[in-house]
Design a protein. Structure first.
Length: 291
């Protein structure tokens, strides 16, 4: 009886901690969604939202949901253009990283050569470099080479973010291919290119899809590079939400409801993609680590 009660109490405390952590994480997202529908909870949170009128509780806040913010967001010229810019930049960057990073990952998983450990360490170190440490050199170089406010320039700068992720994830998937498959292909006289194209790639297609989507989400959500290195012609969703969206395609100061609406619209695609491929993401980051 005593032990059972103690176990129940212990589990109850654990669940309370989980609930508090979950509320801490989801609270900003919930506020963003509610504000985008023009649901005002500020009077309630301030402790003066519920008043008694004739013995009946009355909420003085703005609990009148509306989708007008979403209609306005898509009626503006700027927001659809920002979505197109983000899509173009993300797709070009991810596709180029896949074309470069997948063969590199195959080589790291398949061969042993001098400097391999240093190369792998350099890739990980590149991913851990703070964007604030390189944004000023990038800005100066882009100004000199006329790459500021260009799709090509943004594609190149996002290699810093995506290429290490692509190489490391794909290396894990290639490492997970059983050794007997490699050996059988070699015994039958297949060339390395044929092994890569006809055997290795088909076996890692799920991982390749997960890597593409994950890199796409990273690029879609990036803010610092896009806020500094893009201009009126190539501005992205993250930049537009922060600086504001004008009807003529320019930028203006916006209200919080508009910012929250844009945040929800930018947040949904990333969350949906992550939920779809969450299994493959865990698999890609952990597989090969025990070999």
């Amino acid at each position: 009886m005593g032990e059972g009660f103690a176990q129940t109490l212990k589990k109850g405390r654990r669940y309370i901690v989980y609930i508090v952590i979950l509320l801490w994480i989801l609270w900003p997202i919930a506020i963003m969604i509610l504000e985008s529908f023009r649901i005002d909870l500020s009077p309630l949170l301030a402790g003066r939202g519920v008043q008694w009128v004739g013995g009946v509780p009355f909420y003085s806040g703005g609990f009148r949901p509306s989708t007008i913010n979403y209609f306005e967001a898509f009626s503006f010229v700027a927001f659809p253009r920002l979505v197109v810019n983000s899509t173009i930049i993300a797709l070009t960057s991810v596709i180029s990283c896949i074309l470069i990073g997948t063969p590199a990952a195959y080589a790291l998983a398949r061969f042993t050569f001098r400097g391999k450990s240093l190369l792998q360490f350099s890739l990980m170190a590149l991913r851990t470099i703070s964007p604030f440490a390189v944004i000023v050199p990038f800005y100066w170089i882009y100004g000199q080479l006329n790459l500021w406010n260009t799709y090509y320039g943004m594609m190149v700068v996002y290699w810093v973010i995506n290429l290490p992720v692509v190489v490391w994830m794909m290396r894990g998937f290639f490492n997970d291919i059983p050794k007997n498959i490699w050996e059988a292909a070699t015994v039958y006289g297949a060339s390395e290119f044929k092994i890569f194209r006809k055997i290795a790639l088909p076996l890692v297609v799920p991982g390749l899809i997960a890597t593409i989507i994950f890199a796409f989400v990273l690029t879609w959500n990036e803010f610092l590079f896009s806020s500094i290195l893009t201009g009126p012609d190539t501005g992205t969703v993250t930049k537009g939400i922060w600086f504001g969206m004008g009807e003529a395609g320019g930028f203006k100061i916006v209200e919080w409801d508009d910012i929250n609406t844009g945040g929800v619209l930018a947040f949904l695609p990333a969350v949906a993609l992550i939920l779809v491929i969450r299994r493959y993401l865990v698999h890609g980051f952990t597989m090969g680590s025990y070999r």
